[in-house]
Design a protein around this ligand. Sequence first.
Ligand code: MTE
Ligand code: MO
Length: 340
Amino acid sequence: MVKIPSSEITPEHLYLSRRAFMVGAGSLSAAALIAAGCASPSLPGAPAAAAGAEAESNAASAAPRITFSELPEALSYDEPFATSDTDDLGDALNSYDEITNYNNYYEFSTDKQEVAVLSTNFNTLPWQVEVTGLCNKPTTFDIEDVVKRFTQEERIYRLRCVEAWSMVIPWVGFPVGELLRAVEPKAEAQFVKFTTIVRPEEMPNQRRAVLDWPYVEGLRMDEAMNDLAIFATGMYGKPLVVANGAPFRLVVPWKYGFKSIKGIVKIELTDTMPQSTWMLAAPREYGFYANVNPEVNHPRWSQASERRIGELGRRDTLPFNGYGEEVAHLYAGMDLRANF
Ligand SMILES: Nc1nc2c(c(=O)[nH]1)N[C@H]1C(S)=C(S)[C@@H](COP(=O)(O)O)O[C@H]1N2
Ligand SMILES: [Mo]
């Protein structure tokens, strides 16, 4: 049996149970309380956790659960993308089934293997992305226009979740900087704030106080303008499935996965550092930067190594997730322990 770290079994589970107690004293309904409680079935090392680990280790071989013919034609690409078998380090790509069936998307579920099923009825069309704030040309884009107007390219990136698992994913998308340049940022714009859609009818956990909705994330302007930061619209040459953030999500490969916000409907240029959802939820555990850093542990688990989905052993975690050459200069002179 493969040993899975407790960190991974129920993501952020201690946080969730703490929150259930906190809000339970106030306004939260009994149903919501139970829901939050259910998201935290066990403490690290408890027998129930071991059972969960067993189930999780089978994720890689689970049968696909989505009918991919349902992907919207309006968001598909003219050109086929030449998928390489590996990333820049020679690591094999994860399979389409792995990438689409093991997801963090708390709006649907805190169970990574349940997101695919619970998200099949979510509507990705019509979809608009409002780009606003400190810019000369605030614009609202229809997603079909985004896919046509900005040249879509393949980017094979490692994704390293803060829970210490990882995947290699062949995204299709385009640099964040291209979209930002289109709205002409003002000089005062120092940060970019991203917001996920609110649609409780289609996102079951938005009917519960699992997190403060909508999910919000942010980048410093120079991080957003770095060529590695992309908006993804597809994966493996096809439009994204909802579980991976369709139709429009951020991918910032040198940061922990929670920065790569899904289902984006609003992008705001601002002079103030945005407070992200996970910063607000657990400030001691999740900072604004969230750069992958094997030397700075999560307060409840080590970040020195990770489990690549589909592999048995563990691998060493690389500084900046292996993208240091491209991005380390963004943090020159900064204390990366204080700015975790
Ligand atoms: N809106 C939203 N975006 C989100 C999340 C979420 O719960 N809600 N989870 C994040 C986390 S923790 C991770 S690891 C990645 C997972 O992306 P993937 O499922 O495409 O691999 O999405 C991130 N984006
Ligand atoms: Mo994550």
